[in-house]
Design a protein around this ligand. Structure first.
Ligand code: ATP
Ligand code: MG
Length: 247
């Protein structure tokens, strides 16, 4: 590590016409940090991820990976810096087997990055994400929650340093959400991955992350430990009051 954050956004901004979806957000992410992002629907969480992963060009501000400027770089340079992500709607190859989907990710595995034994091949990755029994099934034939796990497996196969997870626990049962949280913790602990995790299941999220950013109308309104953020009146007003009442 060269002393720089793994990834740093400085006043990152994404505009869609007159709408400012991400409004001058600054945030730095350290190696092996597990950070949550919360905020109401339309707050700009997914758009922020899209800008962090090069899927969406920022219209303002700057992005640095270990001190190197990534602003305006093509998406493959983001991958070369070890940035991998899941999508809010899982993107798997339905006709291909579960194992072949992971194999697809392995083709993009970062060369020169030492592979943990946990990410050695299809078998070890399916073991890690808990899908060894589904290896030969077409991806379209497994349950939605298994497809979410598979998408994480595909991202892990690229041997990332930073994993961006967008609502991977959406639509899961309470037990599945808890299992997902345990898996995410394990990825951080055993693979030294930096994980940034967007989720509306705030009570679970806040129990597992060590830091949380709150977005509201494109702006970052809080960035702190879960206990700091739940006591922040602006956060309670903008989001947590309703969300925690629902849960
Ligand atoms: N490609 C796009 N073109 C125009 N507007 C967009 C586009 N993508 C997102 N938006 C708008 O930007 C704002 C932020 O959307 P975004 O999807 O980032 O929110 P989010 O926080 O991920 O919400 P959710 O919790 O519902 O997933 C919304 O007003 C959305 O309608
Ligand atoms: Mg979203």
């Amino acid at each position: 590590m060269n002393g720089h954050p793994l990834l740093e956004a400085r006043s990152l901004t994404v505009r869609f016409g007159g709408l400012v979806a991400v409004d001058a957000v600054s945030a730095a992410f350290a190696p092996a940090e597990l950070v949550g992002i919360i905020g109401p629907n339309g707050a700009g969480k997914t758009t922020f991820f899209n800008a962090l992963s090069g899927v969406q060009a920022a219209t303002g501000g700057a992005l640095f990976a270990q001190g190197q400027c990534l602003t305006g770089a093509p998406a493959h340079r983001y991958a070369r810096h070890g940035i991998a992500r899941s999508f809010q709607t899982p993107r798997v190859f339905g006709e291909l087997s579960v194992a072949a989907n992971v194999g697809f990710g392995l083709q993009f595995a970062g060369r020169g990055r030492p592979a943990s034994a946990l990410l050695k091949d299809e078998t070890s990755i399916l073991q890690l994400i808990g899908l060894p029994a589904q290896a030969t099934l077409p991806a379209a034939a497994v349950t939605p929650s298994q497809q979410r796990l598979l998408e994480i497996g595909m991202a892990l196969a690229t041997r990332p340093k930073l994993l961006l997870l967008d609502e991977v626990a959406a639509g899961l049962t309470e037990a599945e959400v808890e299992a997902m949280a345990q898996l995410i913790r394990r990825l951080r602990d055993e693979l030294d991955l930096t994980v940034i995790w967007i989720e509306h299941a705030v009570t679970t999220l806040l129990r597992h992350v060590e830091r949380v950013l709150v977005l509201h109308q494109g702006r970052k309104i809080a960035d702190g430990t879960p206990s700091e953020v739940v006591r922040n009146p602006e956060v309670v007003e903008a989001y947590l009051g309703d969300e925690m009442a629902d849960e």
